[in-house]
Design a protein around this ligand. Structure first.
Ligand SMILES: CC(C)(COP(=O)(O)OP(=O)(O)OC[C@H]1O[C@@H](n2cnc3c(N)ncnc32)[C@H](O)[C@@H]1OP(=O)(O)O)[C@@H](O)C(=O)NCCC(=O)NCCS
Length: 170
C-alpha cells in the first residue's frame, strides 16, 4: 500500500571526501543529495519505482562547509499523469549550532515507471494552501519553459547514434 506521503526530509553530513577545489562541498555531491531526496519523495508519493526525467531551476545560494549537517527537504508540488514535480530545498548548519541556512533550491521531475520502464498513473496532488498553489504555479511555468527549451534544443542536438563518432554533431 503506497505511503502517499507528500514530504520527505533526509539528513547528511558533509564529509571531507566530498571537498571541492575551493575547500567547500562539491556541487556534484549536493546534486546527488537533491536526487536522493527527490527520489524518496516521489517513490513515497507514488508507491512506485521512479526515474529522474528533468532537473530544473537549481540554485546554489550559499556554499556548504565541510563538516556541516545538511538537511534536504523534498515535497511534491505538482503531479501529472505519471510525473511529479518535486521541490527540494537544502539547508545546512554547523552541528554544534542551532541555526539552519538555506543553501540550495531545486525543482526536479520524476516519473513513476513499471518494471519495463513504462510510465504509469500516480495519485493526484491537490494544492491545499496559498503557498502550495504558488509552488504549483512555479512548477507549471517551469514545465512550459522546459518544453520550449526542449523544442529549441531539438534543432541542434545530434541525431541519435551519431554522438561519439568522429562526425561533427551538426
Ligand atoms: C522519463 C521517461 C520514463 C519518460 O518516458 P516516455 O516514454 O518519454 O514517456 P512519456 O512521453 O509518456 O512521458 C511520461 C511523463 O514524463 C514526463 N516527461 C518526460 N520527459 C520529460 C522531461 N524531459 N521533462 C519533464 N517531464 C518529462 C511527461 O511530461 C509525462 O508526464 P505526465 O505523464 O505526467 O503527463 C523516459 O524518458 C526515461 O526512462 N528516461 C530516462 C530516465 C533516467 O534514466 N533517469 C536517470 C536515472 S534514474
Amino acid at each position: 500500500m503506497p505511503a502517499n506521503r507528500r514530504e520527505v526530509t533526509l539528513r547528511f553530513l558533509a564529509e571531507p571526501t566530498d571537498v571541492n577545489f575551493g575547500g567547500k562541498m562539491f556541487g556534484g555531491a549536493v546534486m546527488k543529495w537533491i536526487d536522493l531526496a527527490g527520489f524518496a519523495c516521489a517513490s513515497g508519493w507514488s508507491g512506485s519505482y521512479c526515474v529522474t526525467a528533468y532537473v530544473g531551476g537549481i540554485g546554489f545560494e550559499r556554499p556548504i562547509m565541510i563538516g556541516s549537517l545538511v538537511e534536504a527537504r523534498a515535497q511534491v508540488v505538482l503531479t501529472g499523469s505519471s510525473s511529479m514535480h518535486i521541490a527540494v530545498d537544502l539547508y545546512s548548519r554547523n552541528p554544534r549550532e542551532a541555526e539552519w541556512a538555506r543553501t540550495t533550491t531545486c525543482l526536479i521531475v520524476f516519473v513513476a515507471v513499471d518494471e519495463a520502464g513504462k510510465p504509469h498513473p500516480i495519485p493526484v496532488w491537490v494544492p491545499e494552501t496559498d503557498a502550495d498553489r504558488l509552488l504549483a504555479d512555479y512548477a507549471e511555468d517551469m514545465k512550459t519553459q522546459s518544453k520550449q527549451m526542449e523544442a529549441k534544443r531539438a534543432c541542434w542536438l545530434a541525431p541519435a547514434g551519431t554522438a561519439g563518432s568522429d562526425q561533427p554533431y551538426r
